[in-house]
Design a binder for this molecule. Structure first.
Ligand code: GRF
Length: 207
């Protein structure tokens, strides 16, 4: 998916991505944000030096930073403001964002979650556990949610969602793969649309 060219008068939005894992959502973002896109990944930050997402960033020539103390607002703020981030994207980031950072980036920090929030979200709900909970609930649909980050896990205003069917015989792994495929389309779409609108201060809800 290629975004529309950005007007010459408007510099691309500077996007910082927080990661903890393999980084397939980061990769989808890097692949979607071509040279004419209205947004550009300028920094990848992780709480884990061994995160595979960092290698994806390096391959793309994007600067990386490892957080020594993820609960330390000053360290994270220095990284984000130092790079002039306009938008912060949590893509598989597993640590709670310190409240001072949430406040500084209110409605400029988003997260992608592999379920249709508010269902199957909150503390401890990440990875396989999310899909186990969906299957245990008997839901016939699941999907992905992009929402604003606030002081609690997975609770901020929803920006956009895409659903997928839960199929008979699904395992957490087969459901996760189906959801991940829509995540990889949803996250870049939301980032591009927010950037096109100049990263509004007020919450946006996309169809
Ligand atoms: C994704 O399922 C995302 O929804 C969740 O963590 C996973 C990250 O996967 N927040 P990856 O590291 O982007 O591959």
């Amino acid at each position: 998916m290629r975004a529309e060219p950005v007007p010459l008068s408007q510099a691309p939005a500077r996007v910082a991505v927080l990661v903890s894992g393999g980084g397939t959502n980061l990769q989808a973002l890097l692949d979607a944000l071509g040279s004419t896109a209205p947004a550009r990944v300028v920094l990848v930050v992780s709480n884990r030096a061994e995160a595979g997402a960092l290698e994806r960033a390096r391959r793309a020539g994007v600067p990386t930073q490892i957080l020594r103390h993820p609960a330390d607002a000053a360290e994270l703020l220095a990284a984000l403001e130092g790079d002039g981030a306009d938008l912060v994207v949590l893509a598989g980031y597993l640590k709670r964002v310190p409240p001072a950072v949430v406040a500084r980036f209110r409605h400029r920090m988003i997260n992608i979650h592999p379920a249709l929030l508010p269902a199957c979200g909150g503390p401890g709900m990440y990875g396989r556990r999310v899909h186990e909970a969906v299957l245990a609930s008997g839901a016939t649909t699941s999907g992905a949610t992009v929402h604003y980050v606030d002081e609690e896990y997975d609770r901020g205003p929803i920006i956009a969602q895409r659903s997928v069917p839960v199929l008979p015989g699904d395992t957490p792994e087969t459901l996760a793969a189906r959801v991940l495929a829509v995540e990889h389309a949803l996250l870049p779409m939301v980032v591009v649309e927010l950037a096109r609108r100049g990263i509004p201060d007020q919450p946006v809800r996309l169809p």
